[in-house]
Write a protein that binds this ligand. Structure first.
Ligand code: ADP
Ligand code: MG
Length: 303
């Protein structure tokens, strides 16, 4: 297990930012940590990286407890904080050399050159950080997070504030960098998770509300809402053999139901045939990923 959180609670004064949070992230997974603003994403990431302690609970990174091995863990984790704090007066190359020295990297020049190459910073390497676009500042942030070749990457909203082109470039870069690493990436955008991650953990008001593979979450999302109108009145028993849930009678001949069965339309036609009636109207509405996210995180905390 790369990251293990068990019953983690964090209370700031009177505010419970994390409420008994538990999850596991396996080696080499790219996990989206999804939730609306104020959900507790940054708080959880600061705890994993050892910047703040939890009020209670256990966190392990690569099998090491964060309290007992905080220095060793900092060596194994690369962290891009939400505000991406960089030294704006420093030059890109100078900054990366400074960080490399902090980590005690032996061949500083060689490693900085590699990071400049991997993060696509060649043309900007001689500029001052303050002169860079937001997208290039994020690249520098990623380079500093990766310079000591950590096995775990914690990226807090790495694409927020980027324009659509920069966004795409940074997503591709994260995917590429994440190939042989464990990546936990926070975002409040559902599409981002779909584009980059293979697993998603959804947090809302400090509680985990879903944790699954994108594939499984999508399967929930393939559930379809159906409204059907027959030419005659039917009763509930006519539907009792169908793979449906939440059956609701809207009028004697109109029914609402949900199903994730691919052949549900055919089954409904069979009912019409058997009962010697016709289907006057059938509408289907798919639950999209975005709706699932909304349904799970409906009541937002006011910021
Ligand atoms: P997210 O990153 O998901 O937007 P945060 O982890 O930053 O959420 O915040 C979770 C909750 O904890 C929010 O309600 C926020 O206002 C509160 N919070 C965060 N940091 C502090 C702090 N240092 N002191 C008091 N409350 C805080
Ligand atoms: Mg945050």
């Amino acid at each position: 297990m790369s990251i293990l959180a068990k019953n983690v609670t964090k209370i700031y004064g009177k505010q419970k930012a994390l409420d008994n949070v538990s999850f596991e992230i396996k080696k080499s997974e790219i996990v989206g940590f999804l939730g609306p603003n104020g959900a507790g994403k940054s708080t959880m990431m600061k705890i994993i990286t050892g910047y703040i302690p939890p009020t209670s609970g256990i966190v392990e990174v690569n099998g090491l407890n964060i309290f007992e091995h905080s220095l060793e863990i900092k060596r194994q984790i690369g962290y891009l904080p939400e505000q991406n704090p960089l030294y704006y007066e420093m030059y890109v190359k100078e900054f990366l050399e400074f960080i490399a020295k902090l980590y005690g990297i032996k061949n500083v020049h060689q490693r900085v050159k590699e990071m400049i190459d991997i993060c696509g910073l060649e043309i900007e390497q001689h500029k001052k950080i303050k002169a860079l676009s937001k997208g290039y500042k994020q690249r520098v942030g990623l380079a500093q997070a990766l310079i000591h070749n950590p096995s775990v990457l914690i990226l807090d909203e790495p694409t927020s504030g980027l324009d659509p082109n920069q966004l795409e470039e940074i997503r591709q870069l994260i995917k590429h960098l994440g190939k042989d690493k464990t990546v936990m990436l926070s975002t409040h955008i559902m599409q981002e998770v779909e584009a980059v991650c293979n697993k998603v953990i959804i947090i809302h008001r400090g509680k985990i509300v879903a944790s699954d593979s994108i594939q499984n979450i999508k399967q929930i999302s393939s559930s379809t809402k159906i409204i059907i109108e027959f030419s005659i009145a039917l009763s509930e028993k006519h539907f009792s053999h169908l793979p449906i849930k939440n059956l609701e009678q809207l009028s004697p001949s109109r029914w609402k139901m949900e199903s994730d069965h691919p052949d549900i339309s055919k089954e409904l036609m069979q009912i019409a045939l058997k009962n010697n009636c016709t289907i006057l109207n059938l509408s289907k509405e798919e639950l999209k990923l975005e709706e699932i996210f909304k349904a799970l995180t409906q009541s937002q905390i006011p910021n």
